[in-house]
Design a protein. Sequence first.
Length: 558
Amino acid sequence: MTDQTKLHVDGIIAPLRYPTFKYIWLASVLSNLGVLIRGVGAAWAMTEMTSSADKVALVQTATMLPVMLIALPAGAIADMHDRRLVTLVALSIALCGVIALTGLQWLGLTTPNLLLILCFVVGSGVALMNPAWQSSVSEQVPAETLPAAVTLNGISFNIARSFGPAIGGIVVGIAGAVAAFALSAMLYLPLMIALFLWKRVAEPSRLPREHLSRAIVSGVRYITNSPSIKIVLVRAVATGAVGSSIFALLPLVARDLLRGGPQTYGVMLGAFGFGAVVGAVNIGGVRRIMSSEAAMRACMLSMAGATTAAALSREPVLTATALILAGAVWMIVATLLDIGAQLSAPRWVAGRSLATYQAAYAGGVAFGSWGWGRLTDAAGVEEALLISAGLMLLSPMLGLWLPMPRISSRDEDVEMLADPEVRLPLTDRSGPLVVEIEYRVAAENARAFHNMMQGVQLSRQRNGAYGWSIARNIADPELWTERYHCPTWLDYLRQRNRGTQSERALEHQVEAYHIGPAPVRVRRMLERPFGSVRWKEEAPDRDANEILPFDSKRVAGS
């Protein structure tokens, strides 16, 4: 082994030197093994109950659709609560779904619709678990090993995919789907034990926890004002939609094109999983020699070729070879998107960013799987795969419009600022708050200053501000006023402490344009709609948290 190869492997396994991550990761391999065995059992059980390609493809849709529907609330919950406990609750939901599926299958009561409903229940548990589990990785390893840890999480699933489908196919072939479901349920237990034993050290927040609805709004606000995350989301939807054909139709490839049974299906899934492991091991090398955009384009072109080969092949060996290539490049694409979503968001919104990415990806896969199933019913398996391959060939054109962001490490949070001094008694709910910041800028720097303030606008808005504006004084052209609102005093405290290192650096660059002996002037004002202040002491408060006015002497002297 060369020194460069050894360094690459050491980089991949570096997170395993940390016991908490190592034990949870090893348990996750077993859990993923159970997920895939259950997936083989569900897919093949559906092929035995119906010949409709639409129904078979809907197994994948039912499993992935919950990720799209509840991912954002799940991400908010992950950011608000103990991620360890959230993951345990989510695993319990998935386990209950698998146990119910096992019992009904054993009693012979499973119907196609009931199978889809229980797959949806299991998928809901997984959807709730994923943001908490994946965003907790940053609490288990140092920041410098986070990309490797993200890659290892992908490898854990694909190590399981290398063996799980084959094991699932053997189990289904020998003992039926009920045995696959029962084995899947048992394999959830090691991860639950590992998480239960994790002694998570929570970082206390100086500010109160957000309510769920406000946390969701904060997440949406951050994402809509983050260009890099929006690019990742669009690319995830497009990639999931055009690339999901191979997942959704693989049971039909095994049954109709290769004339095989559940063992053949398991072997084909195993080939895909083996390829994914190969791709995950080499993701570090790919990131060193290629940009994310170049890697995405190369992988989607390779995926198109592999899908074409799978469509035209009638030999299991050739199909398996194509699936190994498809698994390798698909893993690289998924990891690049995952890393892009994780590193584009600061820690306070990491769960919501990851959840939104997973919702986008799952939505693409879910609706893509449904579409490929409908197309297969109308045109056939081979034709649907060839059309999918054609769309994959065209997908790199999306990168001309929305190139993948160049991000090498997470933009870390900065230390919290001290609360500003105030003379007006405020509660957390006092508001709305209006902030005005005055800059004095030389006339020759006006255009450069204004352009830089557009970045400040995005920073303020994604961290909680609204109604942002920048104005230039027509009587004193050197005087500029930035103005924005926050709903409440507590929202303002959150907004000013959510900045990252790059955002704080941007603010310093803007302040560098300020000239004159006086510093940048900041005004913080409480906006008072008509009738909101009680002018008489005996008048009842309009709200239990409303501020009390100062007496007239203090107001006159302020």
